[in-house]
Design a binder for this molecule. Structure first.
Ligand SMILES: Nc1nc2c(ncn2[C@@H]2O[C@H](COP(=O)(O)OP(=O)(O)OP(=O)(O)O)[C@@H](O)[C@H]2O)c(=O)[nH]1
Ligand SMILES: [Mg+2]
Length: 425
């Protein structure tokens, strides 16, 4: 008796082991991606092979084996660990008689579901259409086959081709249209970013693998140092919780201010089209003074994740920005925390207050390294200067003398140069 109502799509995950070092890890991640897309993984199949079969991705023997698995395990969808060529996709679907989804299409489905803001939605739609464009042939051919099967005679071939051309044109037009819409949003984001840059406030950007704890860290710091009206961002134990960039201004107790941004996380083999589309979302990180790479150190594969992160950053053209490494979730390991290693690596738990203290002090050291301590004697008639110092610098001591206010303070090199005439050397 069938009591188990199946609500989830049953999928088989599959991949080619071409001796790449990260094969096991990428397969495990593929299963997590499927789960993130509400699918039930019923099994895993892999084949050790030098290079993919150009026609069917797997070798022919493996295709036979897969066919049996698909039938016996009631598999709805086969997921492959690599992006397939349009013909591999078509051939495999025909051979196996089930839906075939490659890693790229799977990631695109997850992004499409998670996208909330107008910008993220447009970015995902563009990437999806670009993925579909070269694969259109598949559905057009199927339609052609169906038409032929239906036996409606001599115009079939011509009409099929015309349909394909029409589909292509329609998709290309949609892509252009969406790009146009997106560029309008990007322009207004760009204006905001330029304004922030002009304000001269240093910026730090959280980057790293998906689910590492970037948003949790952002929220921890916003609760401490953000303005009362600042909203926290969405944090959750799932892949790709964040798809947008949020920026918050943080105000440290010693009057130092900086901007912190939280953005989309990475995963291995992130589809090229998607990375392209998300470039504007990642622009915030590209213009940062400091990158804070967050790493889930409790994950046995954290080193591979770090490699993926630096590869992806390079792909977007983000290089040569100073970076600190935050090994997070130490509470899930035997490691001691919070601990500082060298001057750019810390081990912390985003859920612990002392850890956030340590992180703040490291950020402060990097962002405000050109700060100097000075004594300034400001005549009473220049009261506005004292007000400026009160608001923008860290005043360590105030003395009132007959000739004016003597301040011992910590200020940026830039402010020092501007107000040097008051300096007491
Ligand atoms: N135990 C533990 N859990 C943590 C820690 N930091 C974050 N988490 C949890 O890890 C999960 C993911 O955290 P997020 O902050 O959403 O991760 P993210 O890096 O923003 O992920 P994406 O937005 O998907 O890129 C959440 O369930 C957090 O509560 C930590 O230090 N210790
Ligand atoms: Mg996040």
């Amino acid at each position: 008796m069938e009591t188990n109502i199946q609500t989830e799509e049953q999928v088989l995950i599959s991949g080619l082991n071409t001796e790449q070092e990260d094969f096991d890890y990428s397969m495990r991640e593929l299963a997590e991606l499927a789960q993130a897309n509400h699918m039930e993984v019923v099994g895993q199949v892999s084949q050790a092979i030098d290079r993919p079969n150009p026609a069917t991705y797997f070798g022919s023997g493996k295709v036979e084996e897969l066919k049996e698995r698909v039938f016996n395990d009631h598999v709805h969808t086969l997921i492959t660990n690599d992006e397939l060529t349009p013909s591999q996709l078509r051939n495999l679907e025909n051979e196996l008689g089930c839906r075939v989804l490659d890693r790229t299409a799977l990631i695109l489905e997850i992004f499409a579901e998670r996208a909330k803001s107008k910008e993220a939605k447009l970015q995902v739609q563009i990437a999806q259409l670009q993925y579909r464009l070269p694969r259109l042939q598949t559905s057009a051919n199927q339609r052609l086959d169906q038409q032929t099967g239906g036996g409606s005679g001599f115009t079939n071939r011509g009409s099929g081709e015309t349909q394909l051309e029409m589909d292509r044109r329609t998709i290309q037009r949609s892509i252009n249209h969406l790009r146009h819409e997106l560029s309008a949003i990007d322009r207004s984001e760009e204006v905001k970013r330029k304004q922030r840059e002009k304000s001269n406030i240093p910026t730090a950007a959280l980057v790293g693998y998906t689910n590492a704890g970037k948003s949790t860290i952002m929220n921890g710091l916003v609760r401490r140092y953000g303005a009362v009206e600042d909203k926290t961002v969405f944090e959750k134990d799932m892949l790709f919780a964040t798809l947008d960039t949020s920026v918050r201004q943080l105000h440290l107790p010693d009057q130092k201010r900086f901007l912190l941004s939280d953005t989309v996380g990475f995963v291995s083999k992130l589809p090229t089209h998607l990375v392209e589309s998300f470039k504007s979302t990642l622009a915030e990180a590209a213009s940062a003074d400091l990158l804070i790479q967050v790493i889930d150190v409790s994950d046995p594969h954290y080193e591979e994740m770090m490699k993926t992160t630096s590869k992806t950053l390079k792909q977007i053209g983000i290089e040569n920005i100073p970076m600190i490494y935050v090994f997070n979730k130490a509470d899930k390991t035997e490691m001691e925390y919070p601990v500082m290693e060298g001057d750019d690596r810390i081990i912390i738990s985003a859920k612990q207050s002392e850890s956030l203290d340590l992180l703040t002090s490291v950020i402060r050291k990097h962002l405000f390294k050109d700060y100097v301590e000075a004594k300034m004697l400001v005549p009473f008639k220049d009261g506005a200067v004292v007000s400026y110092f009160n608001e923008h610098t860290n005043i360590l001591n105030t003395e009132y003398q007959s000739s004016g206010t003597l301040l011992t303070l910590e200020l940026s090199a830039e402010d020092y140069a501007k107000y040097e005439k008051y300096a007491v050397k």
